[in-house]
Write a protein that binds this ligand. Sequence first.
Ligand code: GDP
Ligand code: CA
Length: 313
Amino acid sequence: MGCFSVIAILSGGVGGARLAAGFAEVAREEVTIIVNTADDEEFYGLHVSPDVDTVLYTLSGMGDWERGWGIGGDTFRCNEMLGRLGLENWFKIGDADLAMSLYRSLMLRQGHRLTEVVERARRALGVKARILPMSDDRVRTMVVTESAVLPFQQYFVKLRCEPKVLGVVFDGIEGARPTEEVLEALKTAEVIVIAPSNPVVSIGPILSLRGVRELIRKSGAERLAVSPIIGGKTVKGPADRMLAALGIEPTAVGVYKLYSDIIDIMVLDTEDSKLAPLIEGDGKRCIVTSTLMHNRDEAARLARTILDHVGRI
Ligand code: GDP
Ligand code: CA
């Protein structure tokens, strides 16, 4: 295998990790996953990278498929102790999960790039697919609500997505660069997949990095997106409410419109089959299939269906 990737997947946490696990299982090609880092955060002096870790854990088989974050069977003794000591402990990091953040923080302090740290970790955990943080530079999603501008994890975890969203800002995005590895992966990819991740806060930051959207727009790859919205609702998380708050219809068509300049194929759930003509009327192809991934087998089936359509299996 060369140092090029044939399938590149743009991903956030749970939705992206699930589909990426499906591709990693069925694809003959090299799979490279480009992961959002705009919801990274510092806790207790440690660099926590939730989406990258969700992808790492899901692909290594250590993850909790149902919960969608953390390590299966993890304990939370450190988290509880931090609470007893009087620290805020609303961000639940399990004990083994914490080891990953300790490792990452140590390696970063030793001068390694985030990309290198993730590369070492995925090899150590036996993950064959490449996992690329979107950038080695600091980008932070800030959620603008009626009462305050909140760091993403405060909105998402501490306040359980309850405040009404007025907008989002990717702090640091202008100065941040996609890594050379990300640019190379996109240039060499023959299939580019936008995973069913939150279009606003998971895919949004990746596409906002300088040059990335343009590169995908001009790419000769088969480019497709899988809708994270089924029947007007998210499977998990606040994407439907966020889209509505930003004036985008919370449907697969609304998601399609966000990507219409950079994709050839939209993957819709069977439940949304009636929406296909709207997208086909715009000159695009649709794949209508079951897109719910309750387990690894369903994820593999979805990946295989997609690869069958683009003729690479
Ligand atoms: P986060 O970073 O962990 O919040 O996760 P992502 O942004 O990657 O994914 C969140 C999105 O994944 C939500 O909008 C969900 O609707 C979507 N999602 C989760 N599981 C599935 C699934 O099995 N199928 C589809 N189509 N979407 C899913
Ligand atoms: Ca995330």
